[in-house]
Design a protein around this ligand. Structure first.
Ligand SMILES: [Zn+2]
Length: 447
């Protein structure tokens, strides 16, 4: 499928975004799009110093030339993440001015505008992207740190998304590599969705699955061109990220785009992880989560679950109270100490349900394993892709020790209500085996 067809297919699935304009010189279409979707309203461009320079000012000039009463607001800090204080800042701004936001920037600015627009009586907004760095532009929901926990707040995607390919291609190389890793995360995330589907907890939603997963391999196939900054390859990458957002719109959840691969990143956000004094990008953190899950999948797919002793596993299965206590103990010194408790309470299954789940996977293991092998890339393959594109392929590259990553696996398993591969491993009593295989002697990330 060519790029135009992919965009067309994507918009058919999208439930909230009505226009997606990608190409060269497309900023001049912003005034027309704004008039179309917000007749009679006045815009305010929200940017930071950098994104104002690379795109905001141009959009602003086009708005003025079109005779629109346009204002601007630049976020005052040099380094910022999606934190609540900025939500309060932009909430107040939008409320005071009564203007509609035009977000000009990448993931963080877009998420801030998405949630604050929604806070104004479900107002929509228009997004101008400045880097192919995340899938969040077109996604349903905004990922914001609130009360120390990284949380996804429900709120609709932008009504229109505009991206100038030349601006995307000139973005810092690390941002594009981060976007590539965010897209690559959909490979193991898809595998974990297949598991949740088999377990009956979150069935696969066909349109949300096909719009992205059918073309994902193709869109990830040219990391060397992405690394070189080839505009066509970067347009492909941006389309992949946007389709991922459209899949989330269709599913009204982030299930199509993330699972444990993202949870490791959320842990780093919540613990304010820095490397060489700097916060690490979403995509770089996700790269490490993605590789971790590819390594776990490698070991999982070596197993023979037809030999699973279901009775023994059911017998060993803890009670809800035991699981809650485990979560309370584990998260005791975590910035969000109740998180594990809340989430495990939501996703706990009783012993009889666990029996059914294990019998299901045991019965269809040979075929299911083949299907998973067709979905998930090996650790080595993913590592090669990341090395080529310029994304981190070892946790040390973002200042994370392998031992720390291993320690955080328990947190990743417990911190979200969604069924994941680690949940299956806990039920089947092979969780420790998987971790030893990945982090033990001869493992992908031998400690
Ligand atoms: Zn992401």
């Amino acid at each position: 499928m060519n790029q135009t067809e992919l965009i067309h297919q994507g918009l058919k699935v999208a439930t909230q975004t009505k226009a997606f304009v990608l190409g060269k010189g497309v900023h001049q279409q912003v005034p027309g799009l704004f008039r179309e979707f917000f007749p009679g309203r006045r815009p305010i461009i929200i940017a930071d110093e950098n994104t104002w320079r690379v795109a905001g000012e141009e959009v602003y000039q086009y708005m003025l030339a079109d005779g629109q009463d346009c204002e601007k607001f630049l976020i005052p800090d040099k380094e910022f993440h999606a934190e609540w204080k900025y939500i309060e800042m932009i909430d107040a701004l939008l409320k005071e001015t009564g203007r509609v936001a035009i977000s000009v920037g990448s993931g963080v600015i877009n998420d801030l505008c998405k949630l604050t627009a929604f806070h104004q009586n479900n107002q929509r907004y228009l997004s101008v992207a400045t880097a192919a760095s995340v899938d969040g532009y077109s996604s349903f929901g905004a990922s914001i740190t609130y009360e120390n926990a990284k949380q996804t707040f429900d709120c609709p995607a932008p009504i229109a998304l505009v991206a100038d390919v030349d601006v995307l291609a000139q973005a810092p190389k690390e941002m594009t590599a981060a976007g590539y890793a965010d897209l690559a995360a959909k490979v193991p995330a898809g595998g974990e969705w297949m598991i949740a589907d088999l377990m009956g907890t979150e069935p696969i939603i066909p349109e949300a699955w096909h719009v992205l997963q059918d073309v994902l391999d193709e869109l990830l196939a040219h990391p060397e061109s992405v690394a070189k900054g080839d505009p066509d390859a970067i347009a492909d990458l941006f389309i992949g990220l946007t389709l991922s957002g459209f899949a989330m719109q269709a599913a009204r959840s982030s299930r199509p785009a993330s699972c444990c691969d993202h949870l490791f990143s959320h842990i780093l956000d919540m613990t304010h992880h820095r490397y060489r004094g700097k916060l690490q990008s979403h995509g770089f953190q996700v790269a490490i989560g993605t590789l971790t899950m590819c390594a776990v999948f490698d070991e999982f797919l070596k197993m023979d679950l037809t030999k699973l002793d279901v009775d023994a596993c059911v017998k060993a299965w803890p009670t809800l109270e035991e699981e809650q206590q485990r979560a309370i103990d584990l998260f005791e010194n975590f910035p969000a100490p109740r998180l594990g408790y809340t989430e495990i309470t939501k996703k706990y299954n009783d012993a009889e349900t666990v029996r059914k789940q294990l019998e299901t996977v045991k019965a269809c293991w040979p075929e299911f394993r083949e299907k998973l092998k067709g979905q998930v890339y090996s650790f080595e393959k993913m590592k090669q892709l990341f090395a080529t594109v310029g994304a981190p392929y070892d946790p040390s590259q973002i200042g994370v020790a392998r031992k720390y990553l291993c320690y955080r696996c328990d947190f990743a398993q417990l911190m979200r209500w969604r069924f994941n591969l680690l949940d299956l491993a806990k039920r089947g009593c092979f969780y420790d085996d998987l971790l030893i295989a990945v982090f033990g002697k001869g493992g992908a990330w031998e400690i």
